[in-house]
Design a protein. Structure first.
Length: 639
């Protein structure tokens, strides 16, 4: 996993303006803010700020080199010497970034972390040789003959626990039946409790998905249903597993969260009027949606389950959330997400869609935005699962703009997608997603208040913070674009640290996406920074990104840390978790090639996803001919 490091660079003799700097024996040099940093954000390390001939500057190389190679200048930037300093690791820190996959295709769709720093990942695989461990619950994909690899696969979910330094698997198991379990380009989620038990939700089309005796739904209710499963701490057994759904349209499991009372909360998309709900729930019936196939149900749902094996009694609370529009999805993978606070309140985000731009998604009095901005907006909801009917809806708002792009691109009349949500201990709601709206609501002093622009297929990520107080426009306490002109940016997942800073992952296809590491100028060890996107190649493909934002309203200074994460292939950040100043990231990559080094400024050959020495897997394992991918797992320390 990636790691923050104090930089050790060579002390440089004062060179004249025409001569290159001379390297002396390596000694530690602490980054300071002496003088003026060059335009490439290189910090001034030492010297006389009034005379550029006698200023020592360091510039991180553009190549994504996690050994922190530097270019150092002792003559005001006229000459540069490439050095490879030795990283000084924080005490007790390990670094890791690894591939995870077999000869088929994988996506790491969600990640959680325990108190010991072990990472738990879930997602999709169709590899017959996905790495599993002896004694794990299921070491065979599908039925051994029906787990097909290729462009139209039939695969399984997987659950993998990696040790804290990323060098090996604690356990790894398939999870599925004879049909498709979890879907590529779709959602699934994972959470972990204090004992190390993993809880997983996703979507299954298997009629024989493994369930446990006495589960809420032991038999498949439809050809596509959500599932909720609990694994033992050692990954050897299913403690609890159930379908969740109803016939007549299908149900997806998109997000999961753990209550403090040993209950589990799940959200997703319901396309059946018969989805089980509970008496007194906020919305016991699905609101009919009129579409090209006639009248149907397309609502979000949220359910609370007690995993005790008591059959129907395990369902403590279940409700639809939606209007006559379509919720929560407007396309593959654009499902809803869930978070909880310490009092058991539920927070949801997703997308509500209506081609007629009507506004019947349920909102609350005094909400930030009570009307639909375009044909699709994000929604942000706070629910209290008390069984009080309409009063269970504590807060609900749209979040979006008109979604009309007038820049000459192919996009017109798009919308705003809510893809990730987190809640701070002070009750503030953090949301990320994708916006196609030039006038998506932003706040004064935010990092990016002007619309960066679009590509032909996508626009920009956003990060918003909402105080659900019911004070109208004042509820939006912070909101910013996060992107670069003319390219793809999507915020896929968000977490919030103890200091109230947002940590976001997603994807970008812009070499101009903002990267920065303000820790270089501070006393703490600095996380490694990849300043060059793999999209600089002749066949542009997005990189994952990881960004940390302080919602202080300080403009440019709000962006504390931002880095690309990828090689020269297609890299997407899909899941993120934070703990003790570290960000844990998972996603999908098809970057294949040699590992980046500081000596490859303009690499003539493809570069693989950046991994670290000793990691579980350092090379791409393979995949389908048209859309190959492996999962990846990385960590960034020092945030």
């Amino acid at each position: 996993m990636l790691v923050g490091a104090a930089l050790l660079v060579g002390a440089l003799a004062k060179g004249g303006p025409t001569g290159p700097p001379r390297a002396e024996p390596e000694v530690p040099v602490t980054a300071t803010n002496q003088g003026t940093a060059p335009a490439n954000n290189s910090p001034v390390l030492a010297g006389d700020p009034t005379d550029p001939r006698f200023v020592v500057m360091a510039n991180r190389l553009d190549a994504p080199d996690f050994d922190c190679a530097l270019q150092v200048s002792g003559n005001g930037g006229r000459g540069w010497l490439t050095v490879r300093p030795v990283p000084q690791l924080p005490e007790g820190a390990d670094k890791c970034s690894t591939y995870l996959g077999g000869s088929g295709d994988e996506e790491g769709q969600a990640i959680a972390v325990d108190a010991q720093g072990n990472a738990y990942v879930t997602g999709f695989t169709d590899s017959l040789d996905f790495p599993t461990t002896p004694g794990a619950f299921d070491t065979t994909c599908g039925t051994a003959t029906e787990c097909s690899e290729g462009d139209f696969p039939s695969g399984d979910a997987f659950v993998t626990k990696l040790n804290a330094n990323g060098t090996g698997l604690v356990y790894s198991t398939y999870l599925g039946g004879s049909g498709q379990d979890n879907f590529r380009f779709d959602r699934s989620d994972i959470a972990v409790d204090d004992t190390g038990a993993a809880y997983v939700t996703g979507t299954t089309a298997s009629p024989d998905f493994p369930t446990t005796p006495g589960a809420f739904q032991e038999i498949s209710p439809d050809d596509r249903s959500a599932f909720v499963s609990q694994l033992s701490p050692d990954g050897s057994a299913l403690v609890y597993s159930t379908y969740f759904g109803a016939g007549g349209g299908g149900t997806t499991g998109d997000g999961i969260a753990l209550g403090t009372d040993a209950t589990v909360f799940v959200t997703g998309s319901a396309r059946s009027f018969d989805l089980p709900t509970t008496p007194g729930a906020f919305q016991e019936a699905c609101t009919p949606t009129v579409g090209f196939r006639g009248i149907g149900c397309v609502d979000a749902f949220v359910a609370r389950l007690r995993l005790e094996g008591q059959g129907p009694a395990d369902l403590l609370y279940s409700t639809f959330v939606g209007g006559a529009d379509s919720e929560p999805a407007v396309g593959p993978g654009d499902g809803s997400d869930i978070a909880l606070d310490g009092e058991g309140n539920i927070y949801l985000t997703g997308t509500t869609f209506d081609a007629d731009s009507t506004s019947d998604f349920p909102t609350t009095v005094g909400a930030f935005q009570s009307d639909l901005g375009g044909i699709a907006d994000a929604f942000v909801v706070k629910l209290t699962p008390a069984g009080g009917g309409a009063s269970d809806l504590a807060y609900s708002t749209y979040l979006g703009g008109p979604g009309e792009v007038e820049t000459g691109t192919a996009i017109s009349g798009g919308g705003d997608l809510g893809l990730g949500i987190a809640v701070h201990t002070n009750g503030s709601i953090y949301v990320t997603g994708e916006t196609l709206s030039p006038d998506f609501p932003t706040t004064p002093g935010a990092f990016q208040t002007s619309f960066p622009g679009c590509s032909d297929i996508s626009c920009d990520a956003f990060v918003s913070v909402i105080d659900p107080a019911g004070n109208g426009t004042d509820d939006l306490t912070y909101s910013t674009f996060l992107g670069a002109p003319g390219t793809i940016e999507v915020g896929r997942a968000i977490a919030v640290d103890d200091e109230g800073r947002a940590v976001v992952t997603g994807e970008t296809a812009s070499s101009a996406f903002p990267t920065i590491n303000r820790s270089l100028l501070g006393p703490r060890p600095a996380p490694n920074l990849q300043t060059r996107c793999g999209c600089f190649t002749s066949s542009p493909a997005p990189d994952a990104f990881v960004a940390q934002l302080d919602p202080a309203g300080g403009g440019d200074s709000d962006l504390i840390f931002s880095t690309f994460l990828g090689g020269t292939g297609f890299d997407r950040g899909l899941g993120i978790a934070v703990q003790d100043g570290s960000a844990f990231v998972t996603g999908a990559t098809n970057s294949e090639g040699r590992q980046p080094t500081s000596r490859l400024r303009n690499p003539p050959q493809p570069l693989g996803f950046p991994t670290t020495k000793g990691a579980f897997r350092r090379n791409f394992a393979g995949g389908s001919p048209r859309n190959p991918s492996d999962a990846f797992v990385s960590r960034i320390d020092g945030l």
